[in-house]
Ligand binder design. Sequence first.
Ligand SMILES: Nc1nc2c(ncn2[C@@H]2O[C@H](COP(=O)(O)OP(=O)(O)OP(=O)(O)O)[C@@H](O)[C@H]2O)c(=O)[nH]1
Ligand SMILES: [Mg+2]
Length: 396
Amino acid sequence: MFRARLLSPDSREPVDDVLAACFPTPHSYTGEDVVEISTHGGLAVPAAAVAALVAAGARPAQPGEFTRRAVLNGKMDLLQAEATADLIDAGSPAQRRRALHQLERGLSDRLAALRGEILELEALIAYEIDFPEEDEGPVSPERVRGAWGVVRDRVSDLLKTAPEGERLREGALLVIAGRPNAGKSSLFNALLGTERAIVTEIPGTTRDAIEAHAVIEGFPFRLVDTAGLRDSDERIERMGIEFSKRYLDAADLILFCRDTEEDRLPDVGQKPVVEVVTKSDLPDRPSGRPDLRASVSVVTGQGLGELRRRLAAVAFGRLLALGDVEPVVTRARHRAALERAAVELDGFWAARQAGVDAAAAATHLRAAVAALDDLIGAVTPQDVLDRVFAAFCVGK
Ligand SMILES: Nc1nc2c(ncn2[C@@H]2O[C@H](COP(=O)(O)OP(=O)(O)OP(=O)(O)O)[C@@H](O)[C@H]2O)c(=O)[nH]1
Ligand SMILES: [Mg+2]
């Protein structure tokens, strides 16, 4: 690192007094020789510095180009590159911890181990491949079954983390629903920590769905306040209620506000529902469903802490149980590759059961390994790279 003077290449006019840091190959981020130049801040100085460098033959980087080069030069795998983007985008502690874990090869190491186990499984049946006429190889069928079962369970366990892992990147869609005046907007504001939605004593105050990001117990949520559900002849309110229903369909979980004993949530199928009796500071509150009994008051704050914990547990219970050490699948790309591996492992077992010869059965194991290689990014086609890096910002 040294201090230097940046000159315009044509006029030799000084542009800025800068700091230059040299990272010789292979110890730089990309693995190539890299010089980082720190200029003074603001708008004019950095722009003039970039213009001078471009005039001297440089070109602006494309989005994610540095990380892409790091992948191509073997400095990191594709999962770590994705984790880099996730780390930059992280808006909550849970997202940051998860991205860091993946950047430190949490998922990569688990997949590498899994890959090794599948290759060992192939080795177990190698004798049968070499001596197909023999009745029984030196390895018992139980041992093959055991090794297959271990691998198959590992793939299943990873796939089970996918719904919450993907939810962790997007934020859990939490829709607040209930009758008009039930206290939905008040609770929405309380969970957000700001007065975002209008609250009045007039039923039908909220007519539009309002969405906002919130961090609850360290986890990311997309909180939606909705128009109260009732039969209404009023055109705008009816449109709002239609919106509410659409959000209910899309929700990851629903927070149902009960204001009276008669309040009923419309049918929401299998979706998880957290129910609260609102306005618990007032006398004569409804009792609520005994199994879901919980009450809150935005006036006294009673029950809000407990409610936050329940919401986090319902939306991210599996991740909470896993803690920060177990790898988690966080993208549709990961899920698709693991599903392919699972199908091939099942194909292997079905082939064994059907008495298919060992060499043919082993092709399923190869295909499962190929699926894991795609996931880690061992051999990555151009279009996959393009898709992964499309979401990056310039300079990363
Ligand atoms: N005492 C008390 N009043 C509350 C509480 N929560 C909400 N209220 C009052 O209940 C009324 C309705 O609150 P909102 O939050 O606007 O209810 P809403 O469900 O959003 O109503 P709509 O938008 O009309 O569907 C307002 O007068 C609030 O001040 C509470 O915890 N305690
Ligand atoms: Mg409201």
